[in-house]
Design a protein. Structure first.
Length: 305
């Protein structure tokens, strides 16, 4: 058996064991808004290529990971894995991140958001934002029950997941579905790791743009989903990480978002690393980009612990 196949099998077993320890929460009770029934689309976990990803997500969920009781501090973070709006990198940008957050005493939620698809959605562009808004509302509604502080709930995203997270940060009050109550969907902070921020064709990740908006989006949609253009004084504080040599998502995505936050006097911290390129998750190399988790921990402690 090939080495990559053995690794893939081991990863699937690892994920299965982790999932058995979590609480799985359906984002939508009953009918999923903006959806089209399609029996030909099947949500699955795929391990080809030696890395684990979720594909064809049509039933969005939150996976809840609890920290040790003696460490729990009432802070919560909703994690949005990346994958160019085509797949979800649920291990190195999901479950491994949840474990790290748990080690800091933070309750982690992985958001398996819907992947834009014209075959299963009436308007694919707003489906991830709908899921993110409702995910934030779910966590905030249950804050007392889950021993969480309702004003210390953040959103975190990697790559295209960073676009989901930043979209929620700027469009949290937009009415993109019928809500059941007045619970706020505003994150109290965002953690954006090599994020897609813009939909401008000159600086975006083109595959993420095509997946979300199609090949010929309107100028209105491009502007709406270019989150650096949507920042206001009420946008939540942000911690950003990007590598200067990122060959998938240009570093100006993070730079321009940070500058927009600065213009509105929104607290922000931006870490630019010489190397790392893209998709390194928690960071496993000996280079400087692997230290972002230490910087992030310090930022969280300075502002929210």
């Amino acid at each position: 058996m090939k080495k990559n196949s053995l690794i893939a099998i081991a990863l699937v077993i690892f994920i299965s064991n982790l999932s058995a320890q979590t609480k799985i929460i359906d984002i939508w009770k009953g009918n999923v808004p903006n959806s089209i029934a399609n029996s030909n689309i099947h949500q699955t976990i795929d391990s080809s290529g030696g890395w684990v990803k979720m594909i064809n997500v049509t039933n969005p969920t939150l996976e809840m990971y609890l920290p040790p009781k003696d460490k729990a501090n009432g802070i919560a973070v909703i994690i949005c894995p990346g994958g160019a709006y085509s797949v979800l990198a649920i291990l190195h940008e999901g479950k491994q991140v949840a474990q790290w957050l748990n080690s800091l005493g933070i309750t982690a939620f992985i958001l398996n958001y819907r992947l834009p698809n014209d075959a299963t959605m009436k308007d694919k562009s707003i489906a991830p934002l709908q899921d993110a808004q409702e995910a934030m509302r779910i966590v905030r509604r249950h804050a007392t029950e889950w021993n969480l502080h309702p004003s210390k709930i953040g959103i975190m995203g990697f790559s295209a997941g960073g676009h989901v997270a930043s979209s929620l940060s700027v469009h949290y009050a937009d009415k993109v579905y019928e809500t059941s109550d007045s619970t706020s969907a505003r994150p109290d902070f965002s953690l954006l790791i090599y994020p897609v921020i813009t939909m401008d064709s000159s600086t975006t990740n083109l595959w993420s743009r095509i997946s979300l908006l199609g090949r010929n989006p309107t100028e209105k949609d491009v502007k709406y989903f270019s989150n650096e253009l949507q920042v206001t004084k009420n946008t939540p504080p942000a911690f950003l990480v990007h590598s200067m040599n990122d060959d998938a998502v240009p570093v100006v995505n993070s730079i321009n978002y940070a500058l927009a936050l600065h213009r509105f006097n929104v607290p922000c911290e931006l870490h630019l690393y010489q190397s790392g390129k893209h998709g390194y998750g928690m960071g496993k190399s000996t280079n400087t980009e692997s230290s972002w988790t230490t910087a992030c921990e310090k930022w969280l402690k300075m502002n929210f612990f």
